[in-house]
Write a protein that binds this ligand. Structure first.
Ligand code: NAD
Ligand code: ZN
Length: 363
């Protein structure tokens, strides 16, 4: 199955299916990637043992010269230090303006390799080969970044890939926690724009969790399609694109408080989405949004509450650091119903604090 992200001359295809990794070489030729330059595959040390050799071989068979750089798995690789190390490999390997950077991995590798592609010689070709469910979100849309010790995703760019190649067979080696965490972004796409899809995710939760190929392909396709649609209407987040941040204001704070290791991104935004649904009811939206949202998240084995040892003050402070407050008010993506959200610009910080307390079961 092929989807398209419509962005004028930066438009690109998203291929979703099984066995696509074998076709990486052929599809790279089809996308016009130059066979006279050296190219770079960036991956991590958990993905490499499974899929790197196959990626290298298919590119070599198609006549490409490739080098690889393997970073340690985990969010800590989205750092300026790792960025510099990958750059060193690129320079020593002789990459030039016609080279391509291939991101083989999850959102961490995609964001890091994408930022290398955006900045190496002021920008080279970028290819996304997502290997997590979560990356159906991160691989589409062109946001690439590394973290600063003080704030996540602070150093980044917009740099669209020339293609996204999603081989669903690679997902079979994912650990269960990463499966659920990825499904969190999938159901988010339903919650913001597609009521039927949100309920479909809940009704097919068991199939999704056991990686049933039919369910998974459909879920990824629909999730990517919703993301692609939003991005093509608002590539640089002038407005609409912000709806993709449902659950992320609280979620990013939870990730920060957990030192970017305790909670996976998808887990943190699941708790954040439960919080957004509570907030919606507090602000007078339909009763029932919270219960429905939580039923979807729980079906996907996702957390919807904060552990007792997490401090409300720390969460509030982390949100402040994200520069999300002005004069006691903040911008929040608020559910209006299942499948519809709005961007509310003047949510009282006190109401948010109250929600965070409720997430801990404190009121
Ligand atoms: P990740 O890249 O760390 O992958 C999760 C874990 O799974 C890692 O340990 C990885 O080594 C392992 N893994 C990956 N593929 C595997 C496979 N096929 N088999 C076995 N293990 C595998 O994390 P993620 O959840 O994919 O992505 C999270 C990151 O994405 C965060 O940094 C988040 O900020 C970013 N993100 C970016 C965007 C965007 O628009 N750019 C959107 C959402 C999230
Ligand atoms: Zn996210």
């Amino acid at each position: 199955r092929t989807l398209h992200v419509e962005l004028g001359e930066r438009s690109y295809p998203i291929y979703i299916g099984s066995g696509l990794l074998e076709r990486l070489g052929e599809l790279s030729i089809a996308r016009g990637i130059n066979r006279n330059s050296t190219h770079l595959i960036v991956t991590d040390d958990k993905v490499a043992p499974h899929y790197l050799q196959q990626a290298e071989e298919t590119l070599a068979a198609a006549g490409y010269s490739v080098i690889s750089h393997i970073v340690p798995a985990g969010e800590s690789s989205k750092s300026l230090q790792t960025f510099e190390e990958v750059m060193t490999t690129a320079i020593q390997g002789g990459l030039d303006r016609s080279s391509a950077v291939f991101a083989l991995g999850g959102g961490v590798v995609g964001d890091l390799a994408g930022f290398v592609a955006a900045t190496y010689m002021r920008g080279v070709t970028f290819v996304q080969i997502p290997t997590t469910i979560l990356a159906h979100d991160s691989s589409v849309g062109g946001k690439v970044a590394v973290n600063h010790p003080l704030a996540k995703n602070m150093i980044g760019a917009f740099h669209q890939p020339v293609m996204v190649l999603y081989d669903v067979n690679t997902l079979l080696t994912l650990p269960p926690r990463d499966i659920s965490a990825g499904l969190s972004e999938m159901v988010k796409h339903g919650l913001i724009l597609d009521r039927d899809f949100a309920y479909w995710c809940r009704d097919h939760a068991a199939d999704l969790l056991r990686l049933d190929p039919e369910a998974l392909s459909y879920g990824l396709e629909r999730g990517c399609a919703i993301k692609a649609d939003v991005v093509s209407k608002d590539e640089r987040e002038g407005g609409l694109r912000a709806i993709l941040n449902l659950g992320h204001t609280i979620g990013h704070a939870i990730e920060a408080v957990g030192d970017y290791g305790r909670f996976l991104h998808g887990e943190a935004i699941s708790i954040g989405m439960a919080g957004s649904a509570m907030l919606a009811e507090k602000l007078g939206r339909d009763k029932g949004i919270y219960e429905e949202t939580v039923s979807m998240l729980k079906a996907l084995n996702l957390p919807v509450t904060l552990p007792p040892d997490v401090s409300v003050d720390d969460i509030m402070a982390a949100m402040q650091h994200d520069k999300k407050f002005t004069e006691g008010r903040m911008v929040f993506i608020v559910p209006e119903a299942i499948g519809a959200v709005s961007i509310v610009k003047d949510v009282p910080v006190d109401a948010v604090r109250c929600v965070v307390e409720m997430l801990k079961g404190e009121s």
